[in-house]
Design a protein around this ligand. Structure first.
Ligand SMILES: C[S@@+](CC[C@H](N)C(=O)[O-])C[C@H]1O[C@@H](n2cnc3c(N)ncnc32)[C@H](O)[C@@H]1O
Length: 352
């Protein structure tokens, strides 16, 4: 134990002696987080929510609002447990979910540790909110989607959420990391989904052979190199291979867009998270038509591409390559205006 952490445990001891109610502890924890300048972004985005999550877990309370308990007086042992956890969060600078061993996403609990990214994909919100709205405007057969792929599944949260939201679908979760897949297997078991969620290991689509899917979900590593250099310690505690997407963040995304047509059914849809990399995505795929699906975190962080749009882009790329081969040296290509190749997918009258 480092001297700094020992000092902090002494502070925790004092807090446990002096503070009485849950409200006291919550206020103290928020002040400690504000002073320490910890980083958020693993399920919470502010000190209060971070403190609430840790308090609820430490006191074995359900993951509901803390408000009914705020005036409860706590025995010393509970106050000490809470205060120590708050100090451990500050001293370690690892995400709270790695300290508690669990993360909650859209009301479902997932076991969580440093073998995989902390579950927080924007795709989870889209499965409940904007994807059903998009499907109302772009209807599919009632049996759609019968086959779902969660590419880059990590600890399996999206595969499990998809299996829960589409109870008639068979789901495959694929990842390169054997460690992440071991965690995904634990999660699959705790949700009783061994019969409907298959887990496969390999490089992107390689383990899927010629299999085609109606819906491909993918939250790939997409953080660009400059952003990787500036990551706070909490994000560096996560596997680098789960985040780093190369110079412009698009290393894996390029391969996914190139190979997805061979793994999508005719009415298939690829739902791809790109986070803050919209500019890099648009620059990387000038020939591609696609839809942005707005989520609470932002308007241009999730991309939906239909199988037909991927096929059309591949065809356009083919003709562009042929034209370029015929064009005299030095002749410039006329750029297409961005608005001609992109559609907003927000259903009328609804904000996320
Ligand atoms: C951003 S994490 C997403 C994890 C999970 N889907 C989620 O949303 O929490 C990206 C995942 O991609 C996996 N990955 C990285 N390179 C890969 C590759 N070449 N083939 C398959 N998976 C890969 C990593 O192991 C990591 O689990």
């Amino acid at each position: 134990m480092s001297p700094a952490f020992e000092r902090r445990l002494a502070d925790a001891d004092a807090a446990a002696r002096e503070l009485r109610t849950l409200r006291d502890l919550l206020r103290w924890a928020v002040s400690r987080f504000e002073c320490a300048g910890i980083a958020y972004g693993h399920g919470t985005d502010n000190p209060r929510d971070e403190a609430v999550a840790l308090l609820l877990w430490a006191l074995h309370l359900p993951p509901d609002p803390l408000d009914p308990w705020l005036d409860a007086r706590l025995p010393r042992a509970e106050r000490r447990a809470v205060a120590e956890l708050v100090e451990r969060r500050i001293a370690s600078r690892v995400p709270a979910a790695y300290l508690t061993g669990e993360a909650w996403l859209r009301g479902m609990r997932f076991a969580c540790d440093a073998r995989a990214l902390v579950p927080r994909s924007l795709i989870a919100e889209a499965l409940d909110e904007v994807l059903p709205q998009w499907l109302e405007l772009h209807p599919r057969a009632p049996s759609w989607p019968a086959a779902i792929l969660d590419l880059c599944t990590g600890g399996g949260s999206l595969a499990i959420l998809a299996a829960d939201r589409f109870p008639d679908a068979q789901v495959v979760g694929a990842d390169l990391s054997a460690d992440a897949l071991a965690l995904a297997a634990t999660n699959r078991e705790s949700h009783g989904l061994q019969q409907r969620v298959e887990l496969v290991q390999g490089d992107l689509f390689a383990p899927l052979r010629a299999h085609r899917f109606d819906l491909i979900l993918c939250n790939p590593p997409y953080v660009n190199e400059a952003s990787m250099q500036a990551l706070p310690p909490e994000f560096r505690a996560e596997p680098r291979a789960a985040l780093a997407g190369g110079r412009d963040g698009m290393d894996l995304v390029r391969r996914i867009i190139a190979d997805a047509p061979a793994h999508l059914a005719d009415e298939g849809v690829l739902l791809l998270e790109i986070g803050h990399e919209a500019a890099h995505f648009e620059a990387a795929f000038p020939e591609l038509e696609f839809h942005y699906l707005p989520v609470t975190a932002g308007e241009r962080m999730l991309v939906l591409v239909e199988a037909a749009q991927l096929a059309a882009a591949a065809a356009r790329l083919g003709t562009t390559a042929a034209r370029r081969a015929r064009r005299p040296a030095g002749a410039a290509r006329k750029p297409r205006p961005p608005s001609a190749r992109r559609t907003a997918a927000r259903p009328p009258g609804r904000r996320p």
